[in-house]
Design a protein around this ligand. Structure first.
Ligand SMILES: Cc1ncc(COP(=O)(O)O)c(C=O)c1O
Length: 384
């Protein structure tokens, strides 16, 4: 297990080299990793470029969504701070009370509200602890650190799954929040309902358990956890969902959390006012009203995912369960080399140090080119 306190400091923590006004950022900023956004498509002459580095939906927004966006002309006005239309639509869609939904600028915005509300410096100035699996979504260490809390990272198992036993053991009397990511970005596997129920039984009821389901619509396993089902039973569960992935609205920044009112009443206090624009709200409402078309598009991505995973396994590559819109290649020391080779083929992928490469499921032609590249590449990902 590692904590944010173990991370090396960077120059922002050291003396101001220019010796000017003496303005310093909070010390924690020097300890935070930088969020590395997915690289833009690589330009190679004669080849169409594809971006497979940010787990985006490769399909354009639905025509009805584009029309809804174009119809939003009152942008000289502030949006509805309560996102009433969206929460009402979501409430019907999910079968939950609208009061249980809190929206944010993407699910990352909703996560930041949760951390600002429940984890930071406690009354004795010691940092609260937030437990999460690692490697997982790379924004977690930054969001946790900015909240003023200490991150406690519990390594994922060799097959890319959360080690829930170790995570339960990592919970101390300073733990305020646990983050579960299912399917886990970047490794891909889900958590099952039974696993999460077993975990909740081991965690004190005052610890908030966030179930981050950013890729929920792509999951096809029947035994996968459904956070919406669990939050009804567990007052300490908060579910995170987003319009960025299945709905293809990453650029508009709409996400939300679902929890019982005992938690949402506090979340509303820390919510950034007007975080969701009326353009984003209208697009999200329209997308929900065309959920059948959204589902068909998601299924086409899932079909491509199946083709990619089977193609890789046919090549003899070890790939963990892939239940999101991406695959994980545990290439170890060959990680950067593989990413460079992908760039030569006009594919941008996400390389994580010397751990592995995450490749988003993209357009059919992009996936085919990726498989061809893997067919030519001599180093295989490590077996789980
Ligand atoms: C696991 C996970 N959670 C949350 C997010 C944030 O998504 P957004 O803020 O676009 O809703 C992402 C984005 O990649 C993610 O992978």
């Amino acid at each position: 297990m590692t904590s944010i306190d173990d991370l090396p400091t960077t120059p922002s923590e050291q003396a101001d080299p220019r010796g000017d006004a003496g303005i310093r950022p909070r010390g924690v900023l020097g300890k935070l990793p930088r969020y590395a956004a997915g690289k833009p498509p690589v330009v190679v002459e004669g080849l169409e470029s594809f971006k497979l580095s940010s787990n985006e939906n490769p399909l354009p927004p639905l025509p009805a969504v584009l029309e809804a966006i174009a119809a939003e002309t009152s942008i000289n006005r502030y949006p509805d701070p309560l996102t009433t239309a969206l929460r009402t639509e979501l409430a019907a869609h999910l079968g939950v009370p609208a009061t249980d939904i809190v929206t944010g600028a993407g699910s990352l915005g909703a996560l930041n509200q949760i951390l600002a509300t429940f984890a930071g410096q406690n009354d004795f100035d010691a940092p609260d602890e937030v437990v999460y699996a690692w490697r997982s979504f790379e924004a977690y260490p930054i969001s946790v650190g900015l909240a003023g809390a200490a991150g406690v990272q519990v390594p994922v198992r060799a097959d890319g799954t959360h080690d829930l036993e170790a995570m339960a053991r990592a919970v101390t009397d300073r733990t305020r929040v646990v983050l579960l990511c299912t399917p886990n970005n970047p490794t891909g596997p889900i958590l099952t309902r039974d696993e999460v129920v077993g975990f909740l039984a081991q965690v004190p009821a005052h610890v908030v358990v966030v179930i981050d389901e950013a890729y929920q619509e792509f999951v096809r396993r029947d035994d996968a956890v459904d956070g919406i089902e669990l939050y009804r039973e567990y007052p300490n569960v908060i579910v995170l969902r987003t319009f960025s992935k299945a709905h293809g609205l990453a650029g508009l920044r709409v996400g939300y959390s679902v929890a019982q009112q005992g938690l949402t009443e506090h979340l509303r206090v820390s919510a950034v006012p007007f975080a969701v624009s009326q353009v984003a709200e209208h697009a999200a409402v329209t997308s929900l009203r065309h959920i059948g078309e959204v589902g068909a598009r998601v299924q086409s991505i899932v079909d491509e995912r199946t083709r990619v995973v089977e193609g890789l396994r046919d090549l003899g590559w070890t790939v963990p369960e892939a239940e999101g819109n991406f695959v994980w290649l545990a290439l170890g020391e060959h990680t950067q080399d593989f990413a460079a080779r992908a760039a030569e083929h006009a594919l941008s992928v996400r390389a994580f140090g010397s751990e592995g490469v995450r490749v988003s499921i993209g357009e059919e032609a992009a996936n085919s080119r990726f498989l061809e590249l893997c067919g030519e590449y001599s180093h295989r990902p490590a077996a789980g």
